[in-house]
Design a protein around this ligand. Sequence first.
Ligand SMILES: NC(=O)c1ccc[n+]([C@@H]2O[C@H](COP(=O)([O-])OP(=O)(O)OC[C@H]3O[C@@H](n4cnc5c(N)ncnc54)[C@H](OP(=O)(O)O)[C@@H]3O)[C@@H](O)[C@H]2O)c1
Length: 363
Amino acid sequence: MTIESGTAAGNGRTALVVGATGIAGSALVDTLVGAGWGVLALSRRPGPERAGVKWLSADLTSASSLAAALAPENPSHVFFTAWSRRATEEENIAVNAGMLRDLLAALRGKDVAHVALMTGLKHYLGPFEAYAAGEMPDTPFHEEEPRLPVRNFYYAQEDELWAAAGEQGFTWSVHRAHTVIGHAVGNAMNMGLTLAAQATLCRDSGEPFVFPGSETQWNGLTDMTDAGLLAEHMVWASTTPVAANEAFNIVNGDVFRWRWMWPKLAAYFGVEWEGYQGKPRPLEQSMAGREDQWRRIAGENNLSEPDLGRVASWWHTDGDLGRNIEVVTDMGKSRDAGFTGYRRTLDAFTALFDRYRADRLVP
Ligand SMILES: NC(=O)c1ccc[n+]([C@@H]2O[C@H](COP(=O)([O-])OP(=O)(O)OC[C@H]3O[C@@H](n4cnc5c(N)ncnc54)[C@H](OP(=O)(O)O)[C@@H]3O)[C@@H](O)[C@H]2O)c1
């Protein structure tokens, strides 16, 4: 599909990507640069220098830091993909809704046309502390489902977005992704790199690549979100009038069963595998204490990240694959509105693993 392009200096379309070094944000930077946009990229630590990208270092938890970084800038489109993981949902709400509120406040009086907010399926599943535990809508999840009767930082962020849109006059979109696979290092939730690290460690020590999750996930249907497709979706909604002021699910468009996918991922890495065998076998336990092994593998193979803690997010992959419910997501609303983007999830995995290898993240 085509994405309308623009440049900061040319037609006035400048993207502000918030959380630009993250798994979703870095895919957005790639997509926008590829389509010729001018990009302002915001995070605390800057990413790599590249043509068309201006890095802004700011702390979203500090209104004065945001005001200083954004004072000279005038973005036309904002893509909010940052988050900060906290111990409780009440803290998640306070911090993550606060970051969005303060970011939008720092843009008051500027010419922002659209703000796209990335959230996820916890909108339907519930927050981490009540994850897939209470009442849930039936799958596949549809956008028009009423909110769950529990507090959730995604709901608080939506409320902040809508309040600022009403006051400041921009249009908005919300993008509810399933598990995202993409290219980022040192971020909180990254199933692609986590599975690549697990397979690498298992191959090194001659162990099988063990499916860590539940029987339901092993046998049931599920889906996934490629970070590049998510970026296309966010840019599409930001530049397509019929998509304005709507919330959309965003997944790859195929469904699969882990019992079908797992042997294919094992084959890619050339490692033996084991499926579900009677109970979940969480990575947080089976992969504990492997830091020295990873450091050695990194040294032997000239890898770019010797710190396993910045490569793997065991807790998150355990949570996703350990769910005792089927999770599939309806894409009909986006398709009706004209979004035809699509990925085969197996191809998304192998393309991503190829990229990890090229960037020396895995051998
Ligand atoms: N990852 C997934 O599988 C997934 C799936 C569905 C939904 N989601 C949701 O998508 C949203 C984004 O998650 P993600 O996984 O894409 O995030 P991520 O990869 O962890 O990236 C977070 C980004 O935010 C920046 N950031 C964090 N705290 C900041 C602060 N105080 N000031 C400035 N920048 C800050 C980080 O850079 P610095 O640390 O350098 O500041 C980084 O660029 C979250 O709401 C998440 O729940 C994620």
